[in-house]
Design a protein around this ligand. Structure first.
Ligand code: SF4
Ligand code: FES
Length: 235
């Protein structure tokens, strides 16, 4: 059997959050953590977690598995265990827990909204589409794939301390995605909006964001690019 430690919290019960000791049949080693959660949920339907696509696309099942934020649907139990013997599942850190593995992501999405994640272009819309050259389009690679799972921001100490004022790695990766989009005309305004002590510069280059991103993206690189653009602007 595989030992499991599972974070539980039911606010209507007059008790603190607790770690529940459970076990899984050995065969789950080759399966995904989400499969394990489904199995445990069948035995205890009060267990709560988010999931939707089961394919690493929707971003809803980010959680902390053996110390690292990951998507449960694309993380195998064997991979999570690595050389340890206990599967430890907790909610994403740094966000208020609503129940069991479900966290309140309001601040995360407010920060995302703050960077205006849409194209700003005052020119009349063309009949079909705003064209880009292949080279312009390729600049969005490594950025557009973000699924807003929050694994990066939730693993970032700067975000834990200043979630109200620091945009966080996910929001900043998206900010860079619009700054360099050839169809966007608000580059200067976007950069100016980030030019304060907290929104961007609270990043301390710890790199947890790039370590955990389940899509292999590199928010720290995007943050560095924005910093360089701001530097160019001020010289
Ligand atoms: Fe998730 Fe990666 Fe996007 Fe962060 S950058 S929200 S970890 S997909
Ligand atoms: Fe959609 Fe895991 S369930 S990303």
């Amino acid at each position: 059997m595989i030992d499991v430690q599972l974070y539980r919290y039911h606010p209507e019960q007059a008790r603190q959050p607790w770690m529940q000791s459970l076990s899984l049949p050995e065969e789950f080693r080759a399966r995904m953590v989400l499969d394990a959660l489904e199995f445990l949920h069948e035995a205890d339907p009060t267990l709560v977690y988010r999931r939707s696509c089961r394919e690493g696309v929707c971003g809803s099942d980010g959680m902390n598995i053996n110390g690292k934020n990951r998507l449960s649907c694309i993380t195998s139990v064997a991979e999570a265990l690595d050389k340890t013997s206990t599967l430890i599942i907790r909610p994403l850190p740094g966000m208020p827990v609503i129940r069991d593995l479900v966290v309140d992501q309001s601040l995360f999405f407010r920060q995302y909204q703050s960077i205006k994640p849409w194209l700003i272009n005052q020119e009349p819309a063309p009949a079909i589409e705003r064209l880009q050259s292949p080279e312009e389009r390729s600049r969005l690679d490594g950025l557009y794939e973000c699924i807003l799972c929050a694994c990066c921001s939730s693993q970032c100490p700067s975000w834990w301390w200043n979630p109200q004022k620091y945009v966080g790695p996910a929001g900043l990766l998206q900010a860079w995605r619009f700054i360099i989009d050839s169809r966007d005309q608000a580059t200067v305004e976007r950069l100016e909006q980030l030019e304060d002590p907290f929104s961007l510069f609270r990043c301390r280059s710890i790199g947890n964001c790039s370590w955990v991103c389940p899509k292999g993206l590199n928010p720290m690189w995007a943050i560095g690019n924005i910093r360089r653009e701001l530097l160019k602007k001020s010289t």
